[in-house]
Ligand binder design. Sequence first.
Ligand code: ADP
Ligand code: MG
Length: 575
Amino acid sequence: MSQKKTLSFQAEVAQLLHLVTHSLYSNKEIFLRELISNASDACDKLRFEALHNNALYEDQPNLEVRVSFDRQARTLTIADNGIGLSRDEAIENLGTIAKSGTREFVSRLTGDQKADAQLIGQFGVGFYSGFIVADRIVVESRRAGLPPDEGVRWTSAGAGDFEVESIPRPQRGTSVTLHLREDAGDYLGTWKLKSIISRYSDHISLPILMRKEEWKEGEDNKGGEMVLTDEWETVNQASALWTRARKDITAEQYQELYKQISHDHEPPLAWSHNRVEGATEYTQLLYLPSRAPFDLWNREKAAGVKLYVKRVFIMDEAEALLPSYLRFVKGVVDSSDLPLNVSRELLQESRDVKAIREGCTKRVLAMIEDLAKHEKDEAASEEDKGKFAQFHAEFGAVLKEGLGEDMANRERLAKLLRFASTQSDAVSVSFADYKARMKEGQEAIYYITADTPAAAKNSPQLEVFRKKGIEVLLMTDRVDEWALNFLHEFDGTPLQSVAKGAVDLGKLLDESEKQAAEEAAETFKPVLERLKEALKDKAQDVRVTTRLVDSPACLVVTDSGMSMQLARMLKQAGQ
Ligand code: ADP
Ligand code: MG
């Protein structure tokens, strides 16, 4: 019944494996974190399925991970009693790349080892990282609920193919055995493994067990050695990090949890951990990443917050917990109120979820506001001062979506935006900075939208503003046009596009200029009439303008009209 079969890896997997084994030497030990994290995921999945089918626990209700090694055989084994894999699942999940994110990753590999290794930082390679230290991996597993003779053994040397065969396996769950490479002997020692586990996996909420070691005296008191006993001990803290008090958690532990849930190897810019009490009770641990993911602009993109209910993992990517414009935020929400069997559909309607979503949004905005405060704080470290600029460079544009999406927080969001302007090449001017520099008599915040900073700066529409020394904000993000439709004023001052309508520079013009303009309008009346007639299908109006200094003419749209930038964008989108 063994039906041994050799199958080929999906092409992307083969590519990934090649990369893993050839360029990931610098941080070898992450393989252990990845494998323990898979074991922990598998236990989460069992717990979740068992909510509807308690029999899945069989006779082993205590979920755990065991890490053991065999010096003679040079093997290291990570075993869990989680959900396990059926034969088909082993073929599917270990032989192909199911996650679109990983597939995208592989498609972006350049072949340049250094650049590719950095990319890995953004994605994580999960199970395949075992091949950094192993030249053969044997996975044995039985899925919870299947009979004991429907186990599977999956074997691969990490080249083009793998083997599967059916085996009897009484115990539920998965064991991953690594046959260590020549140069990976380090991992055959209790102390080394314990120290990696405490660095990377301490926050895992399951117990991680290892065999206890004991000192054994040598014969005749000559030397001695540590030997493994048959007793197992827990080597991590085994309580979910977010359930502990803030004061008992180190920055390193927070960062480790972040890496684990985000698959981002760069540390986060900031995090915020709170227990919220009151009508709706929950714990939130939210992180701001330091880099935008490659798929930031995909609004379908998986949300980054995991939902737990009373410490039981419920789902990844719970998009109901934050508005879409905060889709880059990573973290965990653990609710005490939601039912354990809550579904995505239920989440959308729950009043508790609405309260959680508002609470989480406020927290995230407060975190960003804190970064902005540090920017101008003399006492802050150089590193802290730079964090807001970094945040803004990575996520400022997506934050603008919030102007349209989150009315309740529109003003808070507007304060967090920064722009380049005719007086600043750096994208660092806030609306408040702008207001502080407004000219005597100036009544609006002026801005121009364009595809690029160069196009914005060279627009003829800016001529009179330049002449008058009036600052104009340059908006060149793709979302600007859309987002600004929702923001009509800032702190009592209207926002005005320089490309719309008759920009009324009224009080900013001196008497002689006004007079000249009026005279010109009179003088050119017959010409204007003829132009209007000639352009009647193409232009709504033709008028003498004060906005140009050097250029003879420019196009503008009416106040209520779509701006040209938006029109161009819609045209590009085929509308
Ligand atoms: P990820 O964990 O991000 O999904 P991995 O490469 O780490 O990606 O793992 C690939 C898949 O292999 C997992 O999604 C899971 O289906 C399966 N898998 C890996 N390890 C285990 C395990 N210990 N128990 C059950 N399934 C596992
Ligand atoms: Mg994984």
